[in-house]
Structures are given as structure tokens and as C-alpha cells.
Design a protein around this ligand. Structure first.
Ligand SMILES: [Zn+2]
Length: 463
């Protein structure tokens, strides 16, 4: 009986080993470990990020730096030895910021630290001076009586909460996106908001905003959080608060730019590929180190770490999306162009949430692909990355248009975003905010994920 039990135990053990051996051989697991270790000991990702943020700096689509960034990315892919490097065109609504300033005029003169939101029209040369009308939320503005803001500057003081997964961003960004439209509907001269930010510093946070056909366009700005607190205190004194805002900017019509793509070809199924990447563009205020130079650098480096150890069965494709900040324009162009060959994407993940430690790995795949996902998760665990088992990850912003096509095998490598919105879209998004050690861990995680997804026996499929 003892012997039988022992035999059974041995049989079931070897059965388990066979199941995992089916997906990845011992040699593949060794190669994975080698890739992971190399990434953890390499400065390549940080070197790439230093090069991008120093030699190019800010990368607003349509600016002089935009074509320089495209050229930089092509050259960098070639320098790293990618097999194929190419461009795919994208168009976007071009916009330029020239100057901006603000002042509290009454009840006493005080500086007001502001920045124009992307797409904002200009104020007259002398700016707009008017009393503000105060709202806590966008919904409060929407619910206010018609003409409530006639002749005034609308101010929304919505406070974003801090969270590891950035869940405060969605609710806060609503005011940035449509605040100018809702304010104009109530007769406002301009729209002003507390920054979409968790910071205490005096930098204002820019970001995308929209106008609506048929609704008057008014200048739209965000102010630094301490300035928002100051205005809030002044309002509570129940005296009129008058401000001057001055924005000189220009909408320049349709601009043209490019997604820049580099690929290491697979050895068995080169048409099939794992897509990793970030967005090449950034706002104009900082040098776009966290958003999204980090994503660009760490995925370029990840592909190189893989190719240095072994070319997987399927290709590794790094896509550097264009004009994300102005509305996912490169991502939309990519989805449109690859609509008919989207089945070739076996797995996709974008890094666009800074470069804090990655703490979680999550999939959105069909049930048959879950054993591969578990095998990948096991090789991510030495990096202190937990497998988040809910099989419904939401992926990066540039994967949204691809996901909308249906069937995308999307993955999230969740980054600790506790301090991401302290710097996001500000002049303070610079290289010194990126920790080289955290960047190594990020790059190692992407390399492990992309290598295993590209070299697995089973082809991963989306839901
Ligand atoms: Zn971004």
C-alpha cells in the first residue's frame, strides 16, 4: 500500500512536471533567468532614457523636437541592432504654447501659478480679468443655473486622491477634459481648474482638453495645487476674488508625425509578435522622463536584453506611439493600419505609468492561455511581482484602440504610481525623478514577459 501511494505520488509529480515542461523547457527557463539577471545588472534602459531626455528633451507633437525625436528613435533602434526599423504615419491636431501667466488681483495682488491646458485658445494680449465663480466638482458646475457664470472665470477645485494604481486620475480628469465646454455653456469667459495632481509643489499640471462644436471656445488653464488652496481660502472669506489669466497659444490644424517601430524577428513564426512599447511624445513643459520616456527606454532595452540571449520563436516588436498626449493619435493610426492582421499580436503590454516598482502582473486572455500566463508569472516572482489573478487587465492607453477591435491578448505590468501624479505633465517631469534601480526592475519584467510570451509553445490568445 505504501509502495502504491509512493508510486502514485511520483506519477502525479512527474505529471505536473510534464505539464509545465510542455510549455517551457528547462533550457527556456534558464534563458529567462539569464535575461532577467542581465536586465537587473544593465544600465541600458537608463542610458537610453538619459539620451532621449537630454539630447531631445520635450517632445510635443508638432513642435520642432517632434521630428528630432522620431529620428532619435530610428537611430537608437538601429544602434541596438533591431532587425527591422520603420515608421508609420499618424495625424493629430497640432497646438503650440507660447506664453502663459496669472495673477490674483483682488482682494490682494498675488502671483498665480498656472499652465494652459493642451488645445487652449489664447486670451486677448492683456489677458482676461474677471471674478471667479467657485465649484468643488464638474457635476456642481453642470448642475448650476443657466448663465450662472456669465462674465466670470469658472474655477473647479476638485482634489485628486493618491493611490498606488492611480485610480484618482479618472474622476479628476473629467473636469480637464470637458470643463471648458461646460463652463462656456454657463456663459463663462474662461475655465480654470485645480491641477490633476497629488502634489504640494507650485507647478501646474497641463494635459489634454476638448472643445465641442457649437459651444463657444474659451481659454482653459490649470493652476498649481497650493494656488488652488489659496483661492479656496480667499473664496471662504466671502469677498469677490478677481484674477487675471493670460495664455498665448495657437491651434495649427492637422499635424503629421510617425509611430516609430523596431522589431527583432522571430525564428519560427516571425509574423506573430509580442507588442511592447510606450509613447514617444510628451508635453512641452518638462523633458517627459516619467511620461513616457521611461516606457520608451525600458521596452527598447527589454527587447535588446532578449535578443542578446536568444531569438524567440515569435517576433518582439517595440512600438513607440506618436501623439498620445493629444488624444492617442498614433495608437489610433496603428489600430487602423493593423486591423486586418491584429491576430498576429500574441500579447501586448504598454508601459505608460512612470517607473515605480512593478508590483503586479495581470492578463486578459482566453482560458486556454492561462497556463502560459501562470508560467510567466512564476518567472516574474523573483522580481517581487505578484500574479493578479483576475483575468481582466486594462493595459496601457495606447492599446485602447487595439482592444476596441476585440480579441487582444492584453497584459498589465502594474507600476507603483503613488507619486506619479506629483510630477505628471509638469515642468518637474525630468530625469532625476527616475530611479535607475526601479527602471532596471521594470525593464527586467518586460523582458521576462515578452520573451516567454514570444517563445511559449502555446500561442497566447485574447478573449
Ligand atoms: Zn503618458
Amino acid at each position: 500500500m505504501k509502495k502504491l501511494l509512493l508510486t502514485l505520488a511520483i506519477t502525479s509529480l512527474s505529471f505536473i512536471n510534464q505539464v509545465s515542461a510542455q510549455e517551457f523547457s528547462e533550457q527556456q527557463i534558464k534563458q529567462t533567468a539569464e535575461i532577467r539577471n542581465n536586465a537587473l545588472n544593465s544600465s541600458l534602459a537608463y542610458d537610453i532614457l538619459t539620451s532621449l531626455t537630454t539630447e531631445i528633451g520635450p517632445r510635443l507633437p508638432g513642435s520642432e523636437n517632434d521630428p528630432l525625436a522620431v529620428k532619435w528613435a530610428q537611430d537608437k533602434f538601429n544602434e541596438l541592432g533591431f532587425d527591422k526599423v520603420w515608421l508609420e504615419p499618424a495625424t493629430f491636431p497640432a497646438w503650440r504654447r507660447y506664453s502663459e501667466s496669472g495673477m490674483i488681483l483682488a482682494p490682494s495682488k498675488q502671483p498665480l501659478h498656472l499652465t494652459a491646458l493642451g488645445g487652449s485658445i489664447s486670451t486677448p494680449k492683456q489677458g482676461i480679468s474677471a471674478d471667479i465663480i467657485y465649484f468643488e466638482t464638474l457635476d456642481e458646475l453642470i448642475a448650476s443655473p443657466k448663465n450662472s457664470a456669465e462674465g466670470k472665470i469658472v474655477f473647479i477645485n476638485y482634489k485628486m486622491n493618491r493611490h498606488i494604481d492611480g485610480n484618482g486620475y479618472g474622476p479628476a480628469v473629467k473636469a480637464r477634459s470637458t470643463g471648458a465646454v461646460e463652463a462656456a455653456k454657463k456663459g463663462a469667459l474662461a475655465f480654470m481648474m485645480r491641477s490633476v495632481s497629488t502634489a504640494h509643489h507650485r507647478f501646474a499640471h497641463t494635459g489634454g482638453s476638448h472643445y465641442q462644436d457649437g459651444i463657444k471656445k474659451i481659454p482653459t488653464v490649470a493652476i498649481a495645487n497650493p494656488d488652488a488652496d489659496q483661492i479656496s481660502r480667499l473664496v471662504s472669506l466671502k469677498k469677490p476674488v478677481k484674477v487675471n489669466i493670460n495664455v498665448q497659444a495657437e491651434n495649427l490644424g492637422e499635424g503629421k508625425t510617425f509611430n516609430v517601430i523596431g522589431q527583432f524577428n522571430g525564428t519560427q513564426n516571425p509574423d506573430q509578435y509580442v507588442l511592447i512599447g510606450g509613447h514617444l511624445d510628451s508635453w512641452d513643459l518638462g523633458t517627459g522622463a516619467l511620461d513616457d520616456g521611461a516606457g520608451v527606454a525600458l521596452t527598447m532595452a527589454a527587447a535588446k536584453y532578449i535578443a542578446d540571449v536568444k531569438r524567440p520563436k515569435r517576433s518582439i516588436r517595440v512600438v513607440l506611439f506618436a501623439a498620445e498626449e493629444l488624444g492617442l493619435w498614433g495608437a489610433k493610426a496603428y489600430a487602423k493600419k493593423h486591423k486586418n492582421d491584429k491576430h498576429n499580436i500574441v500579447a501586448a503590454a504598454e508601459s505608460d505609468f512612470g517607473a515605480g516598482f512593478i508590483y503586479g502582473f495581470q492578463s486578459s486572455v482566453d482560458a486556454k492561455s492561462l497556463p502560459v500566463v501562470r508560467a510567466i508569472a512564476k518567472q516574474l516572482s523573483p522580481l517581487n511581482i505578484k500574479h493578479i489573478r483576475a483575468n481582466k487587465s486594462s493595459n496601457g492607453p495606447d492599446l485602447i484602440p487595439l482592444r476596441k477591435l476585440g480579441g487582444l491578448a492584453g497584459f498589465s505590468l502594474h507600476t507603483d504610481g503613488n507619486d506619479y501624479f506629483d510630477y505628471h505633465h509638469t515642468a518637474d517631469d525630468t530625469l532625476d525623478k527616475v530611479d535607475p534601480v526601479k527602471l532596471q526592475q521594470n525593464s527586467a519584467a518586460y523582458a521576462v514577459f515578452a520573451f516567454m510570451a514570444a517563445d511559449a509553445k502555446t500561442t497566447i490568445k485574447g478573449k
